[in-house]
Ligand binder design. Structure first.
Ligand SMILES: Cc1ncc(COP(=O)(O)O)c(C=O)c1O
Length: 397
C-alpha cells in the first residue's frame, strides 16, 4: 500500500481547482456550463507585454537567471512600490517567484516553526490554511462579519494574540469577500503588530481592483517600524491578466528575503526567464490596460450584485474590491430545496444543486471557511453573466 507523508495526508485539495476540473469535464460531455468559479481575469495579457516575451525568446533569453530574479525586474518592482505605495526598498529586499502563491509559501516556510500560530482572518482564500499547515504552523481563524463589511478590526486582532502568535496574514482587497480594509483600522492593527513583535504577511494581489471610493493602502506604509515587520506580496496575475505566466514578488526585510531565496534556490530556482522579461514591461510600460480592465470589472460587479440581490434567498452586499460577489444564502437552507431527495443544508450542497439543475458553477463558502455563502467570480464576459443570472433567477423563482 502506498504510504503518503503525514504532511500531504493532512492537507485538502484546492476546492476551487476541483470545481474548474468538474466544469471542464461537464463541458467535454457537451453541457453548456456557465462558470463563475474561476479566479482569473478573462482578458488576454496586454499586447505590449506579450511582445516583450516574444522578443525575449527571439533574443535567446531562455536560460537560468539568478535564483532571486533578474535585476531589471527587481528594479521595476522597486519603482512600482515607490510609485504606488511610497515604499523604498533595495534589490536585496526583493524576491521574484513563480506566482504570488509561491511567494506566500516561501514566506510561510521561511518564518514558521512547528507550533507557531498564524492569525488568519476569515473568510479567506483557499490556499492559506493548507500552506500554513504545510509550514507546520497552526492557523488561528479570526472571523470577520458581513455586518461589518467583512473588515478586520484591531480589537479582533488583539483578542486573538497568544504567546505563540508569529504572523498575521492579511489580504486586502480580499478574496472572497471583496472587502477593502479601512486605512485607519489598518494603522491601529500595525501599531499592535509592532508592539507585540508580530510579522505581517500582506497579500496585496488585488490592489489595482478597487471600486467607488475605496482605496488600497499597504500596511507597510505606516512607518519604518511596521515596514520592518511586513512581508509584502504581490504579483502580475490579477492586475495584468497574467495568470499563466506565473510571476509573483515579495518585498521585505533583507534577512527574510534571504531565507526565502535560499528555500526557492533549492525548490524551483528562478521564475521563468521569459515571463520575467515580460513582467518588466508590465510594470514599466503603458498602464492603460489596468484601468480599462478595472472599469469593465466595475460594470460587471454592479450588474451581478444587482441581479443576485433580486434572486429569492440571496442577500448580496456590494463588494469594494477584487472580482467576486459573495452572497449570503442561509435563507435557502432547510427551505424545502432538495437534490437527490436530500434537503439542502450547506453551501456545498447548494453549489451542487445549482450546478446540476442550472448548469452554473459557483464556489461554496465552506471552501473559504465561510459556511452560508457562495462566491461568484465576475471575471467572465457580460453575456455569460447575463445568462448565468437568468438561470439562477429561474431556478429559485
Ligand atoms: C488572495 C490571492 N492571493 C494569491 C493568489 C495567487 O496568485 P498567483 O497567480 O500570483 O499565484 C490568488 C489567486 O487566486 C489569490 O486570490
Amino acid at each position: 500500500m502506498i504510504q503518503l507523508s503525514d504532511r500531504v495526508k493532512n492537507i485538502c485539495p484546492s476546492q476551487t481547482l476541483a470545481i474548474t476540473s468538474q466544469v471542464l469535464k461537464m463541458r467535454a460531455e457537451g453541457k453548456k456550463i456557465i462558470s463563475f468559479g474561476a479566479g482569473e481575469p478573462d482578458f488576454d495579457t496586454p499586447t505590449n507585454i506579450r511582445e516583450e516575451a516574444i522578443k525575449a525568446i527571439k533574443s535567446g533569453f531562455t536560460h537560468y537567471t539568478t535564483d532571486s530574479g533578474i535585476p531589471e525586474l527587481k528594479n521595476a518592482v522597486i519603482d512600482k512600490l515607490k510609485r504606488d505605495q511610497g515604499l523604498s526598498y533595495h534589490a536585496k529586499q526583493i524576491l521574484i517567484s513563480n506566482g504570488a502563491k509561491h511567494s506566500l509559501y516561501n514566506a510561510l516556510m521561511a518564518l514558521c516553526n512547528p507550533g507557531d500560530e498564524v492569525l488568519l482572518p476569515t473568510p479567506c482564500w483557499v490556499s492559506y490554511t493548507e500552506q500554513i499547515k504545510l509550514a507546520q504552523a497552526k492557523p488561528v481563524f479570526i472571523e470577520t462579519k458581513q455586518e461589518n463589511q467583512f473588515e478586520l478590526t484591531a480589537e479582533l486582532v488583539q483578542k486573538s494574540i497568544t504567546d505563540r502568535t508569529k504572523i498575521l496574514l492579511l489580504n486586502t482587497p480580499n478574496n472572497p469577500t471583496g472587502a477593502v480594509y479601512n486605512p485607519e483600522e489598518l494603522k491601529k492593527i500595525a501599531e499592535i503588530l509592532v508592539k507585540k513583535d508580530i510579522y505581517c504577511i500582506s497579500d496585496e494581489i488585488y490592489e489595482k481592483l478597487v471600486y467607488d471610493d475605496a482605496e488600497h493602502v499597504s500596511i507597510a506604509s505606516f512607518g519604518p517600524e511596521i515596514k520592518e515587520k511586513v512581508i509584502l506580496i504581490n504579483g502580475m496575475s490579477k492586475s495584468y491578466a497574467m495568470t499563466g505566466w506565473r510571476i509573483g514578488y515579495t518585498a521585505g526585510p533583507e534577512e527574510i528575503i534571504f531565507g526565502m531565496s535560499k528555500l526557492q534556490g533549492h525548490c524551483t530556482s528562478n521564475a521563468n526567464s521569459i515571463a520575467q522579461k515580460a513582467s518588466v514591461e508590465g510594470l514599466e510600460g503603458n498602464q492603460d490596460s489596468i484601468e480599462s480592465m478595472r472599469t469593465e470589472f466595475d460594470r460587471r460587479r454592479r450588474f451581478m450584485v444587482q441581479a443576485l440581490s433580486q434572486i429569492k434567498g440571496f442577500q448580496c452586499d456590494m463588494p469594494k474590491g477584487a472580482f467576486y460577489a459573495f452572497p449570503n444564502i442561509t435563507q435557502l437552507f432547510n427551505s424545502g430545496l432538495t437534490l437527490n431527495k436530500k434537503e439542502i443544508k450547506s453551501s456545498l450542497e447548494l453549489a451542487d444543486f445549482i450546478l446540476s439543475k442550472a448548469e452554473v458553477a459557483v464556489v461554496p463558502g465552506v471552501a473559504f471557511e465561510a459556511e452560508g455563502y457562495l462566491r461568484l467570480s465576475y471575471a467572465t464576459s457580460m453575456p455569460q453573466i447575463e445568462e448565468g443570472m437568468k438561470r439562477l433567477e429561474k431556478l429559485f423563482q
